[in-house]
Design a protein around this ligand. Structure first.
Ligand code: 3EB
Length: 350
């Protein structure tokens, strides 16, 4: 991230709460996060901590990602909205909800007795039931962080087991879904088991696919016994404003990894995939989804932190230096992929 705003002791947000507003994402230093009084219309849904920082308890979920900034240091990612939020817990999940949306987080530490596929099916099954029961059945976006994602275990790579379990949970609990999957990212961390955090809503979003890529849910069996259950992107139109959720995007054309072993070309292809995805979203909803400062944030996952400066230079060359971006060291779900980018666009003013 380039822009470092140290707010000192500040009240972030004043004024009245709006109903059914977009979800905003911002990156803050631990100091700025601690020294801000988050007040209407900034209503925290959750904070995701990338790096070493153990904040005092808050009403909202605070999640340690087990991912480290490639630039060193620590970033706190604040997920917020402007509508009033209610906080709770249920069956191992921490929850923040408004009248229209629900944020939930769950973690399953690696259990010796169960396969990763079975653990994933459990957490997703429980989550889908919770969403159904609470009346927010439409998953918009999921973030999945899996320890040792590329390691083979019981004869199948852990990521492929994860895809298996997620697929089975969707098939069992949401047989009606067809192709209405959420946008998603799935990356690897050195610790933390399986962490899943999600955004769901009462009313559905609109899935978007990338014309340059085979839909992940149609990937052929060479990538695993069950295809990944996610959409390349998802548009959510709220009463006031909208969101575009961009799934993890990498150097994949069709269904194949491209430019194996070539960092610059992989980053280039990833950025061009991101561009064609945003363009596809524009064609679908004509809302204007600029990848611009103040209306978008990106997360860049880099397998080898030694590549950080080169990846950053290429991204800034394409998108400028003002965009809010965090660069995280993470394992990508295909062993040959060197980087992946995801993000959220929230057009318009707060
Ligand atoms: C890909 O395009 C790269 O399994 O949820 C990106 C985003 C990827 C989400 C997931 C996987 C997932 O297939 C990997």
């Amino acid at each position: 991230m380039q822009k470092l705003v140290d707010t000192g002791t500040a009240k972030i947000g004043t004024g009245c709460a709006a109903k059914s507003a977009p979800v905003r994402f911002g990156y803050h230093t631990p100091e700025a996060y601690m020294n801000s009084e988050w007040c209407p219309p900034v209503q925290p849904l959750a904070a995701i901590i990338h790096g070493d920082f153990a904040p005092p308890a808050q009403p909202w979920p605070q999640i340690t990602s087990h991912l480290r900034p490639a630039s060193r240091g620590t970033w706190v990612e604040l997920v917020s909205t402007s509508a009033p939020v209610t906080y709770g817990r249920e069956g191992g999940f921490e929850i923040a909800s408004t009248e229209d949306l629900l944020f939930a987080v769950g973690r399953q530490e690696d259990a010796e007795t169960l396969s990763i596929a079975a653990q994933t099916e459990h957490i997703y099954g429980d989550l889908l039931q919770l969403l159904e029961r609470r009346g927010y059945p439409h998953l918009l976006r999921t973030w999945n962080i899996l320890q040792d994602i590329n390691r083979e275990q019981d004869g199948l790579e852990r990521y492929r087991q994860f895809c298996f379990g997620r697929y089975e949970a969707f098939a069992r609990c949401r047989g009606d879904l067809q192709e209405g999957y959420p946008a998603a990212s799935a990356v690897g961390a050195p610790s933390g088991g399986l962490c899943v955090y999600v955004l769901a809503a009462k009313a559905p979003g609109i899935a978007v696919e990338n014309p340059n890529q085979v839909s992940a849910y149609h990937y052929p069996a060479q990538y695993g016994p069950r295809s990944p259950s996610f959409a390349r992107g998802l548009i959510k139109i709220w009463n006031h404003g909208s969101n575009l959720f961009l799934s993890g995007t990498a150097s994949i054309t069709g269904h194949e990894s491209r430019h194996v072993g070539q960092l610059a070309q992989q980053v280039e292809n990833t950025l061009s995939n991101l561009g064609s995805l945003v363009a596809a979203a524009e064609r679908t909803a004509k809302l204007g989804f600029p990848l611009a400062p103040g209306t978008a944030v990106l997360k860049v996952y880099i397998r080898n932190p030694a590549n950080y400066l080169q990846v950053r230079a290429q991204l800034e060359n394409r998108l400028g230096t003002e965009l809010e971006v965090v660069y995280l060291q993470a394992y990508i779900c295909r062993a040959e992929l060197l980087c992946e980018i995801d993000g959220v666009v929230f057009p318009g003013k707060a």
